[in-house]
Design a protein around this ligand. Structure first.
Ligand code: 5GP
Length: 216
């Protein structure tokens, strides 16, 4: 048990990819698998809400950039970054509360955020990069979404090239050419990372003392 009474340390599972590579779908699939008990970290953003999005569910939308700056300066963010001209930040409080219960948090953040979280909490972080099967498919997915203007799509494609270049910073890299296969790989990663010795050491220590105290 740790000091908060949890069996193991919570895991910070970071999923990054250029937009359109399937990360949102995969995040949804992970959250729907109830037995995994993953909690999604909901970011603050100054980006405008898309029609399919709800405040407090997909993001906490903060229309006033000055409010974002105020929160950042108050140290409210575990990490923050500017992406496609908007600000995004991970509120620190909810993440710390979930980890203290020994539960795992899922983050949909970019490579800049992944780097900051890894620097702050290296023992707890597992990073996964999702690659699209091709640039053509990435563009098609962005166009199908049809929620962004052509200008935004072009900007996102340009940015995707830059983001894809960061794949080697990550612990795991998955090529998403088959969503079910990618999901199965994600499950395998979560399950094995949960079993790593440093994460279960507290519980195992107690078990081992019992084992060794057993009369044979
Ligand atoms: P979108 O505007 O399409 O929802 O997200 C754009 C990018 O911002 C995505 O790559 C997403 O992972 C990233 N992002 C979302 N929230 C955060 C955050 O809190 N911090 C960082 N660093 N990136 C974020």
């Amino acid at each position: 048990m740790n000091k908060d009474g949890a069996e193991r340390r919570g895991l910070m599972l970071i999923l990054s990819s250029p937009s359109g590579a399937g990360k949102t779908t995969l995040t949804k699939m992970l959250l729907q698998k109830k037995e995994l008990d993953l909690t999604l970290s909901i970011s603050d953003t100054t980006r405008k809400r898309r029609s399919s999005e709800a405040d407090g569910i997909h993001y906490n939308f903060i229309p006033d950039p000055a409010e974002f700056t105020r929160r950042r300066e108050a140290g409210d963010y575990l990490e923050y970054a500017e992406v496609h001209g908007n600000f995004y930040g991970t509120p620190r409080g909810p993440v710390e509360a979930i980890l203290a219960q020994g539960r795992d948090v899922l983050f949909d953040i970019d490579y800049q955020g992944a780097r900051q979280v890894r620097e702050k909490m290296p023992r707890d972080v597992v990073t996964i990069f999702i690659l699209p099967p091709s640039m053509r498919e990435l563009r098609a997915r962005l166009e199908r979404r049809a929620e962004d203007s052509l200008e935004t799509i072009v900007k996102r494609l340009e940015n995707a090239r830059h983001e894809i270049g960061r794949w080697a910073d990550y612990d795991f890299v998955l090529i998403n050419d088959d969503i079910q296969k990618t999901f199965d790989d994600l499950l395998a990663i979560v399950r094995s990372e949960r079993l790593r010795r440093p994460r279960v050491a507290a519980g195992v220590e107690e078990f081992v003392s019992g084992l060794l105290a057993e009369q044979t």
